[in-house]
Design a protein around this ligand. Structure first.
Ligand SMILES: O=C(O)CCC(=O)C(=O)O
Length: 277
């Protein structure tokens, strides 16, 4: 296990083995099969909070090896707040502008961590995630909504700080490895210039004592105890993309978007990414 001091000073920890390579190949296969069989359905279904639509993604977010690492960072009472896919096809121009997750999420306090799990290799040639070590300690920076068709972020939000190349660290991951990043770290990613797909699944975990400002959202207890009841509990998916599963996932999005897109004049046009992130 990485040391907690390393995470505290850098704002990230990587790479960490989360699941086996063969399981990640199986997961990537499921994702790609759905995208091939029914691209339109896949665009809708593989968006934000898809763990509420697919039992196998819900189960993945409960993986004890992932939660053991998350517990090191945010303590024993862990809730799953949201999930998102970040997929870049070979040669895709999609990128993620430099940003801090804390900007629009309305969660307090900021002891919030993302487990970014690689279903495929993720490296500089296919646009792996990049971070600025220690930037989570610089406070909240101003962001502007800088729309671009290929930006994977919902508001196209971009940090108003010059990023110098020397500071940047690439988070290179093998299939089944994950990185952990702090909600305030500066991060982003470049386009995929390779001929291999990059599939990342970002799972957002919060301690049970977290408060949601601006409304009531869903979060599910995945370890420990919830003595605070600050979130509504979504019903876990029983079947893949069932009627009830869609209703719950859509309700979760509606609640998230009313907070996260507050004040946005425009939303991302990138197909396959429902608003938010
Ligand atoms: O996948 C990426 O390139 C960016 C992911 C990201 O911004 C996040 O997980 O917060």
């Amino acid at each position: 296990m990485y040391s907690i001091d390393q995470y505290s000073s850098n704002g990230f920890a990587s790479p960490i083995r989360a699941i086996t390579e063969s399981r990640s190949a199986e997961l990537a296969d499921r994702v790609q099969k759905l995208r091939k069989t029914d691209p339109h359905l896949a665009e809708r279904a593989l968006g934000t909070n898809c763990h509420l639509l697919f039992p196998w993604l819900h189960e993945l977010a409960h993986t004890s090896e992932i939660l053991d690492e998350v517990e090191q960072v945010i303590g024993p009472d862990i809730m799953l707040w949201s999930s998102s896919f970040f997929i870049k096809d070979p040669g895709s121009k999609s990128y993620v502008s430099w940003h801090q997750d804390s900007t629009y999420w309305g969660l307090k306090p900021l002891e919030i961590v993302t487990a970014w799990l690689a279903f495929t290799p993720s490296n500089p040639s296919n646009g792996c995630m990049r971070v600025i070590p220690g930037s989570h300690r610089r406070g909240q920076s101003a962001h502007k909504d800088a729309f671009a068709d290929d930006n994977l972020l919902s508001r196209g939000q971009e940090i108003e700080v010059d990023i110098s190349g020397e500071e940047v660290v690439d988070l290179v991951l093998e299939p089944g490895e994950m990185s952990l990043h702090h909600v305030r770290i500066f991060h982003g990613s470049n386009r995929n210039d390779s001929n291999a797909v990059r599939i990342g699944f970002a799972i957002r975990y919060i301690p049970a004592y977290t408060r949601q400002e601006g409304g009531r959202t869903f979060a599910e207890l995945v370890r420990g105890e919830d003595r605070f009841r600050n979130f509504d509990t979504p019903t876990p998916p029983a079947v893949e993309m069932g009627e009830e599963e869609w209703a719950i996932q859509q309700e979760s999005l509606k609640r998230l978007n009313s907070i996260l897109l507050d004040g946005a004049v425009q939303q991302s046009k990138v197909i396959g990414h429902q608003p938010y992130v």
